[in-house]
Design a protein around this ligand. Sequence first.
Ligand SMILES: [Zn+2]
Length: 411
Amino acid sequence: MRQLVDHRPSHGEAAETRVEDADRRVQLLRVAGGQRWHARSLLVRPRFASEWRRRSPRACSVPAVTASRSRGRRLAVLTAGVALSVSLSPVSAPSDAAPPPDTASRLGAERQVLAISLDGFNPRLLKKLGRTGAPNLTKLFRTGASTRNARSQVEMTVTLPNHTSQLTGRRIDAAEGGHGVVWNDDKPIRPDTIQEAAGGDVDSIFTQVDAAGGSTALFATESKFSLFKASWPDAVDRSTILQDRDHDVTVAARRDLLRNDRAFTFIHLGALDEAGHAKGWLSRTYLKAGRLIDAQIGILLKAIRDHAKLHDVVIVLTADHGGEPGARGHSVPTNLENYRIPFVVWGPGVDKGDLYEMNPTYADPGEERIEFEGTQPIRNGDLANLSAHLLGLSAVPGSLWGADQSLTWTN
Ligand SMILES: [Zn+2]
């Protein structure tokens, strides 16, 4: 479906696709993995009933999609103006509606998970901004279970592959059981789904929550994140993508958290990455973006503080990759500044302290780039199974990172 959407933001091509040489890596992994790509089919996959319309005032081709969920209770409306917004909202509930939200949507679990990925978040940002510049991030890291020395994926340190690992718990290389998402844009030649990339079924934290009867939502600032709704159309109950609009995405997520009872909500904010590509990591522009991002975290923390229905929210915050100070890219996977990322768990029942001290089955890697052998560092790919664990669910089928769910948030 994405192939007919003009994903370009009005002010030019997304920084990510402009700067990064994702294609070259794709070729390498493609050869290594022995994978074959299929041209994107223009046929609509069976789960969607779609109609295509021209709606944009700028006359780019934009689809309006009406999707019937297999359960027949939700309406998907895909709209686009300046930004692309994909939204699945509940409509009037028929008589055979699911049980009340508290059990149906939250799985009866004692908590709900709010996962946040800050694109291009080099943990050195925290020290640069300090408590004054980043009061909210500082609060998470000081009062939660945290580390500033987690790791990205081994094979690649770019956005879409790493986010797919966060959500699936898989490594990247499909030949080794990974998800196979080795591209970092939404060009028409890309596979339509992660399943197509992997060459088989791929589960995720979304499908795991959905199978247990829970509700999920995804909010993102990059159009390429439409891959997730396309891959798990029934399990991602809402997907809202507002290109480069971190504040609007935060506000939309806040509203959704207050109005719905999701078990799992995922938010991607891209301003740090954008600033890094434009002016360099840890540049003044990057630090300014850091303050903006911190304010968005503040909006979410205030909502959690002010509303009793959100007092059960546990935040899992990490990043896809970092970036080297002064550099404007982050695609070299052997660079410490690229593969070192933060990871924090915060909320009711979460102890304050260092995640590595709480987790002796993991090891602080120092400055090392740990591959697949030996004791593992905490990785962004732990997000899926940690979230499942927090929700009382078993590990995501087919996952690698944290599949034993030993990663704990208590001393
Ligand atoms: Zn980037």
